[in-house]
Design a protein around this ligand. Structure first.
Ligand code: 2M8
Length: 415
C-alpha cells in the first residue's frame, strides 16, 4: 500500500526532468535530494532515474562545481531564491554545493542496468569526475583528504550544533533585510533559529560579493569546517567513481581516484575524537573538534572504513542511543543537552541518513545493527507517513509532508 503512495509522491513532485523535495517548502531542484530520488525512480522507471541526474548536471558550472539548488523556474515560496544568489549562470543556481552522493547513485543505476546504459554512463562520467576534482581542488586546499564546508547548507545538516562555535566567526550584525519563507509553511520550532538564518544569509552575501569565485571564497571565508558528513560521503563516492572509471577503462582518472582514496583514509584520522569515541567535524581555522556525536558520526561505515577499535566504540554509542530512543538514528545524541527531538538537524531522524548508515553497517559486517536501522526507518514511515523527518522518541512527523527523498528511500530500501 505504501509502495504506491511513495511512487505517487515522486510522480506528483516531478516537474519534468527533475523532482522537487516538496512542492511548497522546497520548490526547486536540490542536489543530493535528486540523487536519492533517482534511487526511488530506479525501482519502477530506470530511464526517469537517469534523467534526474542528467538534469542536475545540466546546471554544472565550467569549473566542475555542482550547485546545491537549481532554479529551473522562479517561485516566491522559498527564500533565498535566484535573485539573492545572483549566480549569473544559465540556469540560475545557488553558489554553494551539497554532499556528493551522485557518483554512488550512478554506480547503483549502472549495476542494475548494465551495458544498455553505457552511453549514459560515458556521458555522465566526466561530469562526475569534474565535480570530484572541484572538491579536491577547492575544498581540500592543503591536501589533507578532507572536505571543508564553507556554508552550513553545504553539509545538508543545516542547523547541526557542530556549526554553532565556528559560526560565531560570521559577522551577521549587518545583514541586508530579508524575509524568511520557511516559517510561513512550517512551525518555527521545527526550523533553524533567527540567528542561524542571519548567519546563512551573511555567508551567502559574502560569496555573492566575491562573484562566486570559488578560489577566493575558499581562501577568505570566515566559516571553514572540515565536515565529517561531507568527508565520509566523498570518500564513499570516490570509491564508487573508481569502480566506474575501471568499468570504462579510464586509467588516469582511476589512478587519481586511488590516490585520493588513500589520502582520505589517512585524513579522517583528524576527525576521530578519542575522548568522545566518535568521528566528528572540526573547525579548520581553529583546529577545534566539535565534540558532538551526530548521525554523521556513523557514516564511517558507509565510507568503507574498517577500524576495529573505533567501530566497537561507534557501535557502543549506537547501542546506547538505541536504548534511549525508540527510533534510530537521531541527528544528535539524545544525551546531549542541546538535543531537541523536533528541531530539524538537532534531534529528528532522517530517512536518507539512516539509509547511508544502514547500508554502511551491512557492507562492513554489522548486520544486526543495520537491520535495526532499516526496521526503524520502515516503522517510522509506516506509522507516520512520508515526512521530511521524524521525532526519534515518539515517531511524530516533523517538517514537510509528501517528501520526495523519504518516498525514494522507502522504495529502494526501507519498505
Ligand atoms: C534542507 O536545507 C535547505 C537549504 O538547502 C533549507 O532548509 O532551506 C536540508 O535538510 C537539506 O539537507 C535538504 O537538501 C533540503 C531540501 O530537502 O532542505
Amino acid at each position: 500500500m505504501r509502495d504506491e503512495e511513495a511512487r505517487n509522491i515522486l510522480i506528483a513532485n516531478d516537474r519534468g526532468g527533475y523532482t522537487v523535495p516538496n512542492g511548497r517548502v522546497y520548490p526547486f531542484q536540490w542536489n543530493w535530494d535528486s540523487a536519492f530520488v533517482a534511487l526511488g525512480f530506479a525501482t519502477f522507471d530506470r530511464d526517469r532515474a537517469w534523467v534526474e541526474i542528467e538534469t542536475l548536471f545540466k546546471a554544472q558550472w565550467t569549473d566542475g562545481f555542482l550547485p546545491h539548488i537549481v532554479f529551473w523556474q522562479d517561485d516566491p515560496g522559498y527564500f533565498p531564491g535566484p535573485e539573492r544568489w545572483a549566480s549569473g549562470t544559465d540556469p540560475l543556481t545557488s553558489g554553494i554545493t551539497q554532499p556528493p552522493v551522485a557518483a554512488t547513485v550512478v554506480r547503483a543505476l549502472w549495476d542494475q542496468g548494465g551495458v544498455a546504459d553505457r552511453p549514459r554512463l560515458e556521458a555522465l562520467f566526466p561530469k562526475l569526475m569534474a565535480w570530484h576534482r572541484w572538491f579536491w581542488r577547492y575544498r581540500d586546499r592543503s591536501g589533507q583528504g578532507l572536505v571543508v564546508a564553507l556554508h552550513p547548507w553545504e553539509t545538508g545538516r543545516d542547523n547541526a550544533p557542530e556549526w554553532d562555535r565556528p559560526g560565531a566567526a560570521i559577522d551577521a550584525s549587518d545583514v541586508a533585510p530579508y524575509v524568511r519563507r520557511d516559517t510561513s509553511h512550517l512551525d518555527a520550532s521545527m526550523r533553524p533559529t533567527a540567528l542561524e538564518y542571519d548567519r546563512y544569509v551573511a555567508l551567502l552575501d559574502f560569496g555573492r560579493e566575491r562573484g562566486w569565485d570559488h578560489g577566493r571564497i575558499a581562501a577568505e571565508n570566515p566559516f571553514q569546517v572540515a565536515d565529517v558528513g561531507l568527508t565520509m560521503i566523498l570518500l564513499r563516492a570516490d570509491r564508487d567513481l573508481l569502480a566506474l572509471a575501471e568499468a570504462l577503462g579510464r586509467q588516469d582518472d582511476a589512478s587519481d581516484l586511488r590516490e585520493r582514496i588513500a589520502l582520505a583514509e589517512q585524513g579522517v584520522d583528524w576527525l576521530w575524537n578519542e575522548e568522545v569515541g566518535a568521528y566528528g567535524s572540526r573547525d579548520l581555522l581553529t583546529g577545534e573538534p566539535s565534540g558532538f556525536i551526530t548521525s554523521a558520526s556513523f557514516l564511517s561505515f558507509y565510507a568503507g572504513l574498517k577500524h576495529p577499535d573505533r567501530d566497537a566504540r561507534l557501535l557502543g554509542h549506537l547501542d546506547r542511543i538505541g536504548a534511549r530512543v525508540r527510533y534510530l538514528t537521531p541527528s544528535l545524541d539524545p544525551a546531549d543537552p542541546g538535543f531537541d527531538m523536533m528541531r530539524y538537524w538537532r534531534g529528528p531522524v532522517w530517512a536518507v541518513v539512516n539509509y547511508m548508515i544502514g547500508q554502511g553497517l551491512a557492507e562492513t559486517g554489522h548486520g544486526a545493527m543495520a537491520e535495526r536501522v532499516r526496521r526503524d526507518t520502515r516503522d517510522l514511515i509506516q506509522t507516520s507517513g512520508f515526512y521530511e523527518a521524524f521525532d526519534p522518541t515518539s515517531g511524530a512527523p516533523t517538517g514537510g509532508d509528501d517528501f520526495s527523498w523519504t518516498a525514494a528511500i522507502w522504495l529502494c530500501w526501507a519498505g
